[in-house]
Design a binder for this molecule. Structure first.
Ligand code: SF4
Length: 343
């Protein structure tokens, strides 16, 4: 018998399950609160449910269908989770604290592997296996919370996979994070490598979370060399689509730019980028490439990073340099490769 998976369901779905099983409808709200507000990972923690209801739940439901297989903790406190899915595949998520405040950001995955083939990315080396379903996306946050006892305040869809190629599950998971986990739209960021039809769909839906674009180059020729997506959706079309997006949603986008030594970190690259995004309502997030022995790409010189930032700021853009997190456990940007520790 296929069991009913609880985490990932909304209140109406849980109510329907309870009524179908001759239970009082109001019990659904209790279960909902245990799952989404208290991250209860066992039925026995749901102490305000009668024993008979808990027995029914044990028989006919599963709280979650994915499980924590491995966990690594970085020197800086970043935690990388490896999840085992019900078909034996793996997915990863990362929990980061960026400052001393209570903000906790989780970076989650939307696909097993990724089909986009960005040359600097560890996930790309896995190839594409499959999309994660809504429940598998939601359960990453549920398990992080139940394992750590902490409340995730911000979610970034920047883990493995291209979120806009898993559009329906992306949107239904955002709905559940907002309605059930009570995470506000502005605390959610979706990152894409530039899937133009997906960006157009978000614009039509008046998307109110943050859209981040992994641009990583300032012209089409250079971008094609490191991001094959640019062969299909050109740099210029992408920038034009983003301008329309910002007009339709009245939301600024974030331009993500990974600086790699002698690839895209020159003064000319910075000038080209400033020119290309001059009329785009955006902030820029510069990311220092996480050099590792498995990759030919190198970390940029610090002076080049500062020069790059200065040129963009002089053009009127707000620019931040993203703090490196979890690089010692391969949890930093572009390092997720869903491997077991020591493998
Ligand atoms: S950078 Fe993102 S889109 Fe590109 S291959 Fe890696 S996971 Fe996929």
């Amino acid at each position: 018998m296929n069991k009913f998976i609880l985490v990932g369901k909304n209140i109406e779905e849980i109510e329907k399950f309870m009524v179908d099983n001759n239970q009082s409808k109001y019990r659904a709200r209790q279960i909902f609160n245990w799952l989404y507000l208290k991250s209860a990972d066992s039925y026995d923690k749901m102490t305000d449910l009668p024993v008979s209801t808990r027995e029914l739940l044990k028989e006919k439901t599963l709280i979650n269908s994915i499980f924590i297989k491995d966990k690594q903790i970085s020197k800086d406190g970043t935690i990388k989770f490896l999840f085992e899915l019900s078909d034996g595949n793996y997915a990863e998520a990362v929990l980061m604290r960026f400052d001393n405040r209570a903000n906790l950001t989780a970076c989650i995955s939307t696909q097993v592997g990724c089909p986009m083939g960005c040359l600097f990315c560890a996930t790309a080396k896995l190839g594409f296996v499959r999309n994660l379903n809504t429940e598998e996306i939601i359960q990453q946050i549920f398990l992080i919370q139940s394992d750590t006892g902490l409340k995730v305040t911000n979610i970034v869809y920047m883990g493995q996979g291209e979120p806009l190629l898993n559009f329906d599950n992306l949107m239904s998971s955002i709905k559940i994070f907002r309605e059930c986990f009570q995470i506000g739209a502005r605390r959610i960021t979706v990152s894409t490598c530039g899937i133009i039809p997906g960006i157009e769909k978000l614009a039509e839906l008046n998307f109110q979370s943050t859209l981040a674009i992994s641009l990583h180059a300032a012209d089409n020729e250079k971008r094609k060399q490191i991001m094959p997506v640019s062969k299909k959706y050109s740099f210029d079309n992408l920038i034009e689509t983003l301008k329309k997006y910002t007009n339709m949603t009245s939301r600024r986008v974030t331009i993500e730019y990974v600086l790699m030594k002698d690839i895209n970190d020159s003064t000319q690259d910075a000038k080209n980028l400033a020119y290309a995004i001059a009329k785009l309502k955006c902030n820029v997030n510069l990311i220092i490439y996480n050099q590792n022995e498995k990759s030919d790409y190198k970390k940029p010189l610090r002076e080049n990073v500062l020069k790059f930032k200065y040129i963009l700021e002089a053009s009127g853009k707000k620019v931040t340099i993203r703090l490196e997190r979890g690089s010692d456990i391969d949890a930093a940007c572009g390092q997720l490769s869903a491997k077991m520790k020591n493998v």
